[in-house]
Design a protein around this ligand. Structure first.
Ligand code: AMP
Ligand code: MG
Length: 185
């Protein structure tokens, strides 16, 4: 079945856009972070989703690999959209969200990158009290989005998947949702 990957840096609104689009689209929503959190909790490694990215890179990769296997099994029955990250900003640097072994498990057909302006992202992070968001400067947020564009094309080159970039500006959620629906139907 079809596998779509949707990604966006924290504060881009990728999960919000996706949840709205799923009112129309027939895909099963799989949150990679949820799967990783369940595995990390079972292994006694983390209690909340925002502490996973602080674990050592090797441990993150072990959990990431287990999550990929788990998700692959679900994609055999239905079309799925995997809500994840192209890169994870860790204290050791950018960790690839879809290294070769994850791509081999998931075999994605399409990548959708959700982006917003850096200043919009800064304000959204400040206003989101439900998460432990890292405080970052505008230039670091811009760099993170650039890294994600670059690495998503590398993921595409490895899989043949297409890459669609969708801007999700403040007060224009409907437009972003419409674009993702058009891309995926
Ligand atoms: P989220 O709720 O989307 O912010 O995801 C929670 C956490 O899950 C992220 O901060 C990462 O630590 C982890 N995560 C999600 N997707 C991946 C991935 N593809 N590879 C490694 N870690 C991931
Ligand atoms: Mg998310």
């Amino acid at each position: 079945m079809k596998v779509v990957v949707i990604a966006g840096i924290p504060g881009s609104g990728s999960t919000t856009v996706l949840e709205n689009a799923l009112e129309i689209l027939e895909y099963t929503h799989v949150n990679y972070g949820d799967v990783m959190l369940t595995i990390a909790q079972e292994m006694g490694l983390a209690d909340d989703r925002d502490s996973i990215r602080k674990l050592s890179p090797d441990v993150q990769k072990e959990v990431q690999r287990k999550a990929a296997k788990n998700i692959r099994e679900r994609s055999e029955e239905t079309n799925i959209i995997v809500d994840t990250h192209c890169t994870i900003k860790t204290p050791h640097g950018f960790l690839p969200g879809l290294p070769k072994w994850v791509l081999e498990e998931l075999q994605p057909d399409q990548f959708v990158l959700i982006e917003a302006d850096g200043d919009e992202i800064i304000l959204r992070r400040i206003n989101d009290t439900s998460r432990i968001r890292d405080v970052e400067k505008l230039k670091d947020i811009n760099l993170h989005q650039q890294m994600n564009r670059a690495v998503s094309m590398a993921y595409a080159a490895l899989t043949g998947a297409t890459v669609q970039i969708i801007m999700n500006h403040d007060n224009r959620l409907d437009e972003s949702v419409e674009k993702i629906i058009r891309t995926l139907e």
